[in-house]
Design a protein around this ligand. Structure first.
Ligand SMILES: Nc1ncnc2c1ncn2[C@@H]1O[C@H](COP(=O)(O)OP(=O)(O)OP(=O)(O)O)[C@@H](O)[C@H]1O
Length: 259
């Protein structure tokens, strides 16, 4: 049985005057512990696909399963990291991290210790009692990741989590996030516009085309790159070769479909 399986997903948005065929017949599977990226031009349906994987949107056709269970029934197993951190400004970093366990009534001393350990591991040990406004954007995103990981989700959905950060912070955070996700053997799906980020972080890259949204091509990231931290992977010759292939494919898709 596949860990994550998308079976013939199609989705249409209906408005009063028109309808948009956002996704057409998308099927693929993701292995447990792997990291995949969904890459594509604006409007190709990346966010729609991620919302369907999360169970937030029910597709017009098809279904998504997580360990054989429909995602709508596996909500607790799915964690998110979004472009905005959505930390509560009136709560300390530690209290923000412990929101999930609190809501689930699982806020034990052990969980609190786990939260503190996680925060130390990601370099936030000295700000656990600070408030979000006292932290930089990169620090807040790190706290948001820990808030997600503390509930131990089976699947992590990352929706452009680094796109609001400055370039240097983004590169540092890619390394930290990648390290943590590998250490805890998480399965992750990243949506991004950034070819370099997709290559540096993923095992596979699903390139989408628009109108309607379909998987145009799947790129396997060379094993030599997967074993490296993203920052190091970016310096590898195979990174550059794959970057060029994806760049060309994206350009030809844009010319073909006038995106
Ligand atoms: N709520 C909605 N109602 C109607 N049409 C929608 C809705 N959400 C998205 N669409 C349309 O569906 C298509 C896919 O949109 P989606 O936001 O999933 O693309 P995307 O690849 O995530 O775009 P971007 O990279 O710009 O965020 C687009 O044509 C968009 O206009």
């Amino acid at each position: 049985m596949s860990f994550l399986a998308l079976n013939h997903i199609s989705h249409q948005y209906f408005t009063e005057k028109s309808y948009t065929k956002a996704l057409d017949n998308i099927s693929f599977t993701v292995e447990e512990g792997s990291f995949i990226s969904i890459l594509g031009p604006s409007g190709c349906g990346k966010t729609t696909l991620l919302s369907i994987i999360s169970g937030l949107i029910k597709p017009t056709r098809g279904e998504v399963t997580l360990s054989g269970i429909k995602v709508e029934d596996a909500e607790a197993e799915i964690g998110y990291m979004l472009q905005q951190d959505y930390l509560f400004p009136w709560k300390t970093i530690l209290d923000n991290v412990l929101i999930g366990p609190k809501v689930q009534r699982k806020q034990t001393a052990e969980v609190q210790e786990k939260g503190i350990d996680f925060l130390k591991e990601i370099g936030l040990g000295n700000v656990i009692h600070a408030y979000p406004a006292e932290l930089s954007g990169g620090m807040r995103q790190r706290a948001a990741l820990i808030r997600t990981l503390i509930t131990d989700p089976k699947l992590l959905l990352l929706d452009e989590p680094f796109s609001a950060l400055d370039y240097q912070t983004k590169l540092k955070l890619e390394d930290l996030v990648s390290h943590l996700l590998k250490e805890y053997h998480k399965t992750s799906v990243l949506v991004t516009h950034d070819i370099g980020e997709a290559i540096a972080m993923s095992d596979q890259i699903y390139l989408m085309k628009a109108n309607p949204g379909e998987i145009a091509e799947i790129f396997e990231v060379p094993i030599e790159l997967r074993d490296l931290p993203p920052f190091q992977a970016r310096k590898h010759l195979k990174y550059q070769l794959l970057f060029d292939r994806i760049w060309e494919e994206l350009n030809s898709l844009e010319n073909k479909y006038q995106v």
